[in-house]
Design a protein. Structure first.
Length: 330
């Protein structure tokens, strides 16, 4: 595999790694010419550079399906094996300066021979962690498939961290909900958490299914070492999946409780409004009656007519209240 000496489109980093305790070496652009015959290489690119697809195609070493996987903006996890190539899309969390976020990002990858090529649109947390391990831990990675496995493992650890954060948020909401404090407020707080959990659950299940399907392929289709890596990765993803399932169920039950409290609160308000309406109706009829301006109205020539009319209003309210009490409504 020969790379042009000129500026490489979208290159974020390139590493030359060896088996054993030899430290990994970062390859600057001016040294990435004809790659040496020993060791293996990790190239990481940014999809923000529009020249990248044409550059990868010009290398002439990737099959069409792998090229599509590396340059797509696909937002669904996938794991594919074909004639010794491993390629597809992994889920990760986007990285914002010096910290991870809860925004889901996607890492596209291809593993073949002595190379692992990865691409992404936004900086990703797990990939940066693996890069740090490559620089600081000589001998930890003996083959390209080891880097792939480490990316999956780091995503699982990030996932557990996110589950812990969301669990803490749910604890706060749950305590407030069961204290019957402001259900509408907590409904608004719960919605973005449930949205994050649902998206995470969907991507986790899709990735786990894809990993299982890839592990079931013919052995001669898989890259060397992938069978063992897929077994370990599947086990990790299943453990993470159980955590996400439990979190989703808890969020669902809490959502139902919040909706129930909101309905109770709404019904209570409607009940108060209905009672007030019933109590106001008789005085409205009384005032409507005396406002007809027709002859022969009672109290018309009485000096205390207005007081008498207010008395009639009071009597009508008390009568309505008595009837409601009698009917067991109030």
């Amino acid at each position: 595999m020969h790379l042009p000496a000129s500026q490489i489109p979208g290159l974020v980093w390139a590493y030359h790694l060896h088996e054993g305790s030899t430290p990994a070496r970062a390859l600057p652009d001016d040294e990435v010419k004809t790659l040496p015959g020993e060791g293996f290489f990790w190239f990481h690119f940014s999809l923000a550079d529009a020249r990248l697809p044409a550059f990868l195609e010009s290398l002439g070493v990737l099959p069409e399906a792998a090229l599509v996987a590396l340059t797509t903006h696909e937002t669904h996890p996938s794991v594919n094996v074909d004639e010794g190539y491993l390629y597809g899309t992994l889920v990760d969390y986007q990285r914002d300066f010096d910290q991870s976020t809860r925004e889901i990002g996607f890492l596209h990858y291809a593993v073949f021979g002595r190379f692992i090529v990865t691409t992404r649109l936004h900086p990703l947390a797990s990939v940066d962690s693996v890069r740090f391990a490559v620089e600081k831990t000589p001998g930890k990675f003996d083959t390209p498939i080891d880097i792939f496995e480490q990316i999956v493992a780091n995503f699982q650890r990030s996932l557990f961290g996110l589950v812990k954060e969301i669990t803490a948020d749910l604890n706060v909401i749950e305590d407030a909900v069961y204290s019957n404090r402001e259900p509408l407020k907590h409904q608004k707080e719960l919605q973005p958490l449930r949205r994050s959990i649902v998206r995470l659950h969907r991507h986790m299940r899709t990735l786990l299914t894809a990993m299982r399907h890839a592990a079931a392929a013919e052995e001669d289709e898989m890259p060397e070492g992938f069978a063992d890596v897929s077994a370990r990765s599947t086990s990790r993803l299943e453990a993470a999946g159980h955590e996400v399932d439990a979190l989703q169920e808890r969020a669902r039950l809490l959502h139902e409780e919040v909706n129930s409290l909101t309905s109770i609160e709404t019904n209570r308000h409607l009940y108060i409004m209905s009672v007030m309406t019933v109590l106001i109706m008789p005085p409205t009829l009384v005032t409507g009656f005396f406002g007809m301006n027709t002859g022969g109205l009672p109290f018309q020539k009485d000096d205390l007519g207005t007081v008498s009319a207010f008395g009639a209003i009071g009597v009508s309210v008390l009568l309505a209240w008595w009837l409601l009490r009698r009917a067991g409504i109030f």
